[in-house]
Design a protein around this ligand. Structure first.
Ligand code: MG
Length: 413
């Protein structure tokens, strides 16, 4: 029996390495909030959902370890994301870093597998376009989506219009642009011999091949999508937001004006550790076991904050296997959670925390905890901490550990 050849899947390299110099007020536009999540995450999500995609590499900014770490955390829930790597000085160098990381992460990659390079600042790409581009890529065929300019296009020399250009022959290039793996490697290798050559997309990268190689390759035009905007200016972001809210009928993109999150955490007692609760040390009592300082109260509050802005949970952002967080003060997690809240366009309005412990007596320590937390939060909000016992029942009643519950309400900033 002759089997149908199995259709190879495509890989995506999402480039979110830019410095966003044209979008005032932010150094890195790919991280601007769009309907409750960072801009670049929208396209990561779409590639993740696309059945034709086997794996994704994300290229983040160069010289920005913190941003890369955050991107890693934000994309940890997507199983197709193979790697988050730092970009380079130019777009092409960033693409090159992404392709190298892809090859290193997947040794099953085949020379004709489509590699789709996508701009992280095109959040409205659809799975239909991704599939259309991927299926047009062949061993010697590249696929580039374009749209036809809707306005009449003029040629301008100095301050004079010299010519009206037939727009039927023009195309505005979009991404994703699909190139077979081997050809992409070859084109990147050729570009590296003269990296000063200005290359703005993969189409231009292929055009830059030596003439004999270029002649072997067809660059196929694929119909692009009018909504596949490239976010360059602040107005673009507002337009993308309007499209998302309208097109998805608020089912996917919804940004509440106010939201409440809930958090719960438990830590067992550990005789050898200091007891840290609400950011303060309570002496004369065994502490709690944990990777960080095990401040169960702050952990519950952090989960409530992350929950309120739809940003997952504490384990996702601060994994307990990460040596960076070993014995770390949980006030650091609180600061980071508040930064996430702010980035998503919200501020903490009120939080209420209940701590359940049979011992020690916590009421006398609550004022100091409130002071410490308010100092960390550093913006006006209502904060309340309550301490209770569980009347001798359950694990807290048996004095095995401490539990904490928190709710946090955030409002649009
Ligand atoms: Mg915890």
């Amino acid at each position: 029996m002759v089997r149908e050849p199995v259709q190879r899947l495509a890989y995506a390299v999402i480039v979110a390495a830019g410095s966003g110099r044209r979008c005032p007020g932010s150094q890195t536009k790919q991280f601007l909030d769009l309907c409750g999540q960072p801009l670049y995450l929208w396209s990561v999500q779409t590639f993740q959902q696309c059945p034709e995609i086997a794996g994704i590499v994300i290229v983040g900014p160069k010289h920005n370890y913190q941003a890369l770490l955050e991107m890693q955390q934000e994309t940890a829930i997507f199983d197709k994301v193979m790697k988050v790597v730092a970009g380079g000085e130019s777009r092409t160098e960033s693409v090159s870093n992404g392709v190298s990381a892809l090859a290193a992460a997947d040794n099953d990659i085949h020379k004709s597998d489509p590699i789709l390079i996508h701009d992280g600042v095109r959040p409205l790409v659809t799975t239909e376009l991704i599939i259309n581009v991927a299926k047009q890529v062949g061993p010697k065929q590249v696929a580039i989506p374009t749209t036809t300019p809707t306005a009449t296009v003029k040629k301008i020399v100095g301050n004079t219009i010299t010519e009206t250009i037939a727009r039927e022959q023009l195309g505005l290039a979009q991404t994703p642009q699909g190139v077979p793996y081997e050809l992409l490697c070859e084109a990147l290798k050729h570009w590296r011999q003269n990296p000063a050559t200005p290359i703005t997309d993969e189409g231009a990268l292929i055009e830059n091949l030596p003439p004999n190689k270029r002649a072997e390759v067809t660059i196929l035009n694929v119909p692009g999508e009018p909504y596949n905007l490239k976010i360059t200016f602040p107005e673009d972001l507002r337009q993308a937001e309007a499209i998302l809210l309208r097109e998805t009928n608020n089912a996917i993109a919804f940004k509440p004006r106010q939201a409440t999150g809930f958090g719960y955490d438990v830590h067992a007692f550990a005789a050898s550790r200091k007891l840290i609760l609400g950011g303060i040390e309570i002496s004369g009592h065994p502490g709690l076991a944990g990777h960080s300082d095990a401040d169960v109260l702050i952990h519950a509050l952090v989960d409530a904050l992350l929950g309120a802005v739809g940003a997952g949970d504490i384990g996702q952002h601060f994994p307990d296997h990460d040596p960076a967080f070993k014995n770390r003060s949980s006030l650091y997690f609180l600061e980071r959670a508040l930064t996430i809240v702010k980035k998503r366009g919200f501020k903490l309005e009120a939080a209420d925390i209940t701590i359940v412990a049979e011992q020690p007596k916590l009421a006398p320590h609550i004022p100091a905890m409130l002071t410490m937390l308010k100092k960390t939060i550093a913006s006006p909000c209502q904060l309340n901490i309550k301490a209770t016992t569980s009347e001798g029942l359950g694990f807290t009643g048996r004095r095995e550990g401490i539990a904490a519950y928190a709710v946090a309400t955030v409002i649009a900033d």
